[in-house]
Design a protein around this ligand. Structure first.
Ligand code: 5GP
Ligand code: ZN
Length: 147
């Protein structure tokens, strides 16, 4: 596994930055100059992986897009490895941003969570409906926000 150069942006109090720096151990499965993948210490299923940018950023929208692109490039390979090793029928790719979303470690990470029929995992998917006109209003605002 190539170790890559030194990481510019780190947070000395961040547990995942400490893993990147080798200050605390992790069961690493992939590493390059920009990203690191390792087993989650509290797996929701065997093979539950975390994939992180090496540079510290708390949330997705703060990550350098090139680093994110590098991370995305590795996702299919990592997912295929998890599927082949665990024989899982499928997986969830989960990425939480902010405490309200369930994010506990404030260093951006993607979960690959292997899934099996009847495993009891999952979301309460409380789907709603837009009242008339509200969807279009939001679309207009988003188009404006995106310039
Ligand atoms: P979040 O809720 O922030 O999306 O997920 C954080 C994840 O990080 C949890 O699944 C938790 O088990 C994992 N985690 C927290 N601390 C450590 C650690 O020190 N090592 C590893 N490998 N995983 C950790
Ligand atoms: Zn960090």
């Amino acid at each position: 596994m190539p170790q890559g150069g030194s990481v510019v942006n780190t947070d000395p109090n961040c547990i995942f930055c400490k893993i990147v720096a080798g200050q605390i151990p992790a069961m690493k499965v992939y590493e390059d100059e920009a990203i690191l993948a390792f087993l989650d210490i509290g797996p929701l299923a065997e093979g539950h992986l975390l994939i992180i940018p090496k540079e510290h950023a708390e949330r997705l929208e703060e990550v350098n897009p090139d680093v994110l692109a590098q991370l995305a490039r590795q996702l299919p390979r990592l997912a295929r490895a998890v599927l082949s090793v665990t024989q899982a029928a499928g997986y969830n790719l989960l990425q939480n941003n902010g405490r309200v979303s369930g994010q506990e470690v404030p260093h951006v990470h993607f979960h690959i969570i292997p899934r099996a029929a009847g495993d009891g995992l999952g979301y309460r998917w409380l789907a709603s409906k837009y009242p008339p006109g509200r969807g279009e209003e939001l679309q207009k605002k988003l188009l404006e926000a995106l310039g």
